[in-house]
Design a protein around this ligand. Structure first.
Ligand code: ATP
Ligand code: MG
Length: 527
């Protein structure tokens, strides 16, 4: 696949990809909740609802280019509302229900929002936000004072709607980053970006085939939801599974069987917790053909467990809100456990040094994306300074570090800020975490730099044990240290280990090492 294959026509609206299935009676989405209630919708019904909702928006006075913040959880309605907004050329801010009023206000003002769509149980948190006053407000699931009930309004509308004549460089999404390292950044993605994304990720990584049932567990509001459950599933004409309920590993394993899921896309944490379920052999996942993971590094332990019990390779994929999948183990590619894989077809991804030159195999540098890559974002919204800071010569700098091997496989080291320099050695936290998690007593862990008078920094591990009751003594520390020394170069072992009950995380569940590092720095300056 060449770069040219990823370029959208000048006039293009991503709705075209889904409207290929207009009139078709094939299932678009299966929905189930924790109580066991179920629903199912065909492409024909879904697209008809999309048109009605688009008409509701238009008749309320929304126009092409207006920005709408959408906060709907894992429901069929989320798909309908997003598609309706895109079809009439609105710009969507995907928002998770985990956002708190301060996060919402940040998006409303920074994103110059004109309308909000949300779900009844979340509405009250908008009540005290002054910035909501002059906005159009739409609600799903109930009536609420001052909000237009979408279901009611739809019944007054026809299902005929002309798509807006958007251009490929028109903004489609304004996606805020997870905020793992600081304030979230507003990432501008165009309709043309969606075109490029669909041509790399769905066929090559997820490996979706006609007639597949696909379960991508990301929740609406995160860019990964845009990537997988939303665009890749509906753009491939597959049937998506939508589960509203909290994560429970056994429930997940049951649902995989019940819906005969063919393609699964989860986070490393979900895989990790599923892999630790007892008696995995009693779950029949024989329909599962492809399993992929993204968002955080994927530990070898998980890969081995899924191979052992289900004869399936969990394949890693790396990307950011700012782009699409950049590196991954593509469908059919030889797996190297611990490696993220190779650059995705059509995208130019390199490892570069401080001068912007490609690194030799084995040398750690920054993961960088060539600027002419169609799957790269357009800019940070209203932030030219930050946008330009992120580019070096012909490359966009991801802020992550990795090395390549002789065969072009990428090996992740960590976020540039998370890299530990101890006695002059550079140590990536991922390799140490990957070793620690292999120990049967370890449930979760995070590794950061801890200031040290002699070595500058030492490696420190924060560890959550599987058995809470376990004696957390010196002996256990030594056992874990010896374990790491067996699996990595011995100088990388954690000289300090602290046992904790939980780790600081972003609302999307990513470990915030920055917070742990700050704590270490503060503690050391107190001494
Ligand atoms: P912020 O930019 O606001 O600090 P964030 O970078 O966590 O937050 P996202 O865009 O959601 O926001 O996450 C992208 C980052 O997640 C990548 O830069 C990388 O650090 C990490 N990541 C994603 N996939 C993988 C993977 N397969 N292996 C290792 N790290 C990954
Ligand atoms: Mg980032």
């Amino acid at each position: 696949m060449k770069r040219e294959d990823l370029l959208a026509p000048v006039q293009y609206n991503v709705i075209e990809e889904i409207e290929k299935y207009t009139g078709q009676q094939r299932t678009a989405l299966y929905w189930e909740d924790e109580a066991g209630n179920t629903k199912e919708i065909t492409y024909d019904q879904l697209l008809s609802n999309v048109n009605k909702i688009g008409n509701v928006f238009k008749h309320a006075g929304l126009n092409q280019g207006d920005v709408v913040l959408i906060m709907i959880p894992r429901l069929i309605e989320a798909y309908e509302v997003y598609l309706a907004a895109l079809k009439i050329g609105l710009v969507v801010i995907p928002s998770s229900e985990m956002l708190r009023p301060k996060d919402i206000i940040y998006r409303l003002t920074h994103g110059e929002v004109r309308a909000v769509v949300s779900f009844a149980p979340f509405i009250s948190q908008f009540d005290h936000i002054d910035e909501m006053k002059n906005l159009h407000k739409f609600i799903i699931g109930a009536n609420y004072d001052g909000w237009v009930n979408i279901e009611e309004a739809m019944s007054e509308e026809t299902n005929l709607l002309q798509a807006a004549a958007t251009r490929q460089d028109d903004m489609a999404f304004l996606s805020y980053t997870s905020g793992t390292t600081g304030l979230p950044k507003g990432v501008v993605h165009t309709h043309g970006w969606a075109y490029a994304h669909l041509r790399t990720t769905a066929p090559n990584w997820l490996g979706i085939q006609d007639g597949d049932v696909v379960w991508a567990t990301a929740a609406p509001g995160w860019q990964k939801w845009i990537w997988s459950p939303f665009l890749s599933v509906l753009g491939s004409g597959a049937a998506g599974l939508v589960y509203t309920g909290k994560f429970d590993p056994e429930t997940y394993l049951h649902l995989l069987k019940k819906y005969q899921v063919n393609v699964l896309c989860c986070t490393p944490t979900e895989y990790r917790i599923m892999a630790k379920v007892n008696e995995l052999e009693k779950f029949d996942l024989s329909s599962l053909r492809n399993a992929v993971s993204a968002g955080e590094p994927l530990n070898r332990e998980v890969i081995e467990t899924f191979q052992r019990y289900f004869n399936i390779n969990v394949r890693d994929g790396y990307g950011q809100t700012e782009n699409t999948l950049l590196v991954g183990i593509m469908n059919g590619m030889e797996l190297r456990p611990g490696s993220m894989g190779k650059p995705t077809p059509g995208n130019r991804v390199e490892i570069i040094d401080d001068e912007g030159q490609p690194c030799e195999p084995g040398v750690v540098g920054e993961i960088a994306v060539h600027v002419d890559t169609p799957a790269l974002f357009k800019a940070y919204f209203k932030d030219p300074e930050r946008t330009s800071m992120q580019f070096r010569g012909e490359y966009y700098i991801t802020g992550d570090r990795a090395k390549k091997d002789e065969d072009g496989y990428f090996w992740f080291e960590g976020r540039a800020d998370d890299i530990i320099i101890s006695s002059g050695y550079t140590i990536g936290p991922f390799e140490v975490e990957d070793a620690l998690i292999k120990h049967p007593l370890v449930r979760e862990c995070a590794v950061v730099a801890s200031p040290d008078e002699i070595r500058g920094n030492v490696v420190k591990a924060f560890v959550i044990l599987r058995e809470e009751s376990r004696d957390k003594n010196e002996e256990l520390v030594t056992v874990l240290q010896e374990h790491v020394k067996q699996l990595t170069a011995p100088y990388k072992y954690p000289r300090k280990i602290e046992f904790v009950q939980e780790l600081p995380k972003t609302p999307s569940g990513k470990i915030r090492r920055v917070e742990l590092r700050k704590k270490e720095q503060e503690n050391s300056s107190l001494l």
